[in-house]
Structures are given as C-alpha cells and as structure tokens.
Design a protein around this ligand. Sequence first.
Ligand SMILES: NC(=O)C1=CN([C@@H]2O[C@H](COP(=O)(O)OP(=O)(O)OC[C@H]3O[C@@H](n4cnc5c(N)ncnc54)[C@H](O)[C@@H]3O)[C@@H](O)[C@H]2O)C=CC1
Ligand SMILES: O=C([O-])CC(=O)C(=O)O
Length: 355
Amino acid sequence: MQSAEAKQRIARISAHLHPSNHQLEEKSILKRAECRAKGGAPGFKVAILGAAGGIGQPLSLLMKMNPLVSVLHLYDVVNTPGVTADISHMDTGAVVKGFLGQQQLENALMGMDLIIIPAGIPRKPGMTRDDLFNINAGIVKTLCEGIAKCCPNAIVNLISNPVNSTVPIAAEVFKKAGTYDPKKLLGVTMLDVVRANTFVAEVLGVDPREVDVPVVGGHAGVTILPLLSQVKPPCSFTAEETEYLTKRIQDGGTEVVQAKAGAGSATLSMAYAAVKFADACLRGLKGDAGIVECAFVSSQVTELPFFACKARLGRAGAEEIYQLGPLNEYERVGLEKAKKELAESIQKGISFIRK
Ligand SMILES: NC(=O)C1=CN([C@@H]2O[C@H](COP(=O)(O)OP(=O)(O)OC[C@H]3O[C@@H](n4cnc5c(N)ncnc54)[C@H](O)[C@@H]3O)[C@@H](O)[C@H]2O)C=CC1
Ligand SMILES: O=C([O-])CC(=O)C(=O)O
C-alpha cells in the first residue's frame, strides 16, 4: 500500500514528465524553487528561446550547471521535450521545464528574470550574417512581443543574427509596447571577446585566461573592432600582428562556418560565450560590484543609437556604458568603417518594425 504522501510524490514527478498536467507541475516547480530561495541560495529564473538548437542545447546544459539559476525554462518550436527530459536528469540545482511551440511561449516567459535568445537560422558558407535577416527578424519580433507582454522587466541577451539589426528590432518592439528599458536589452558580442582573448594569447604565448581584449562596434565583419591598443596586460603588436589579429577576430565566425562546411556556424564556443555573459548579467542582478563586459547596447558613445562597448552590469542591467578610450590611428580608421556599416544595419532593423 502506498502512503498518501508517497502517492502525492509520485503524482508530482509524473506531472513533471507529462506537461499536460500543467498546473500541478507548475506548483511543484515553484515550491521547490521557493524552498531553495528560502535556504538562502540566490536563485534566478532564466528562459532560453531556441533551446533545442545547435547553440541552445549546450547553452541549456551549461545554464543547468550555473548555481545562480533556480528555474530554467527551455523553449523552442521543435524537440524541447527530449532536450528537457535529458537535461533535467542532471543533478544540479536548477529546476528545468520544457515548452514547445508558439502556444506555450507565454508560459515559458512568465516571471523570468533573464531571457537568452539563440533562436533563428545560422549561416552557411558564402552567406553574410545580414543574409539571415529575412527569417530571423520575424522570429525575434515574435519572441520580443511575448517578452513585452509576459516579462517586461527581464534582462534580454540577444544572440540571434544579424545582432546589429536584431537588437534594434527588439528595441522597437519594446518601444511599441511601452516597455523599453535600454539598460535591459543586450546584444551578445561575447564570442568576439572570447576569440580575441584566445588569438591574442596565442600571439603573446600566454594563457588566454590572463588576457582581456575589449572588442567594440558590432557583431559582423568590419563592425567587429578589437581595441588591441587597450589589451590587458599592456602589450604591443607589430603592424603585421595587428593586421593579422584584427582580421582573424573579424572573420572568426566565417572561419567556423567554412570549417563546418554547411553544417552551421559556431555553436559550442558560442554556448560557452553566452553562458559567460549570462553569468555576468546574473551576478550583476545579484548585486555583485565591478562586473564589466562588452555588449551591443543602446549608447551615446558614438552618434549611432547602438554600439558594442564595455558596460558595467548591475541590478538594473547595463547601468553604465564606458567611453571607447584613446584609439590609435589603425583603430580610428577601423571605427569609421565600422560605423558606416553599422548605421545601415541598425536602420534596417528599425525600419523592419516601423514600416
Ligand atoms: N551572437 C553571436 O555571437 C552568435 C550568433 N549566432 C546566431 O545564433 C542563431 C542560432 O544559431 P544555431 O543555434 O547554430 O542555429 P540552429 O538552427 O542550430 O538552432 C536554432 C534553433 O532556433 C529554433 N527556432 C526557430 N524559430 C524559432 C522560434 N520562432 N521560436 C523559438 N525557437 C525557434 C530552431 O527550432 C532551432 O532549434 C543564428 O542566428 C546564428 O547566426 C551564432 C553564433 C554566434
Ligand atoms: O558567423 C556566424 O554566422 C555566427 C556568428 O555570429 C559567429 O560565429 O560569430
């Protein structure tokens, strides 16, 4: 004979496995998250939109391992039941729940503190990031309409390309809904920083963990502007090294697209970079001081409405945007090229919503 308590416990687990029993599952998830929060552990609620994709899966895995996450919602238009069942067996703290298809988007978003968006198609060889605009613009628009409705105060980490246009699209959607907070919308350019640290460390012959390269501008080709004159620890490069490093960092995405030969773009290094950035956002939300990362944000650093620069992350999101600092001649030329392309990509995103 099963005790009433045992029956209840089994019902709770079975509700978790069968999403149709939605209410019971939701209650049980919230209860467990609350218990954990009462125990003193900081717990944030994070949703990943596009969680079943090439980036989404390793990103979900890594976020399930993040001790700052108490609830993890995995949303996609395909395959979330399998990914959720798989990841939910990991014996880490976060409670995982899957959401499948547009009709479950609102439930996926409700009450979230941080939304990470890697939804959308990736490049194939020969394509630019801008070639993804026609499909990904609509996807980002729909997802941001959901965010405006269900979790307008959440911080949004936008990964879907072309980031130089999708961030302006998201901003316009939020403005239209009356929920836009520029501090909370962050285009993820962390992979450019991760690559820059790696390639610079190779040239210097040091551990990449010791290197910090600011990368500003945007996230496509010449708009990616590594500031090699501001590398920490301070160092100098020959003109050839500067040219090689700048090009390699700008073309890092294309290097992976070509190596994958039609099977997509960077997914694993991107998941790593996305988690590094999301973790910084969560630490900022928690109130940790002195967290500074590069991101594509609303800024007055140049005449453009958006620009990737160093931002201090805090409880309100990107609380302070830093000036570019002194640039050398090579970087000043690069900045002008970057701004020209960025202006067009930003305008394209804005027009997509205002048209
Ligand atoms: N910001 C950055 O540094 C980087 C951005 N990316 C971009 O990230 C995006 C995703 O790349 P991958 O994961 O490799 O692509 P993928 O095709 O492997 O995965 C994308 C996922 O999005 C899902 N999806 C499509 N429409 C959706 C919708 N309306 N709602 C929710 N999910 C939806 C798909 O079902 C799929 O599971 C691409 O646009 C890619 O260019 C990729 C690497 C770096
Ligand atoms: O290159 C791509 O299409 C994907 C991407 O943004 C990157 O790897 O930086």
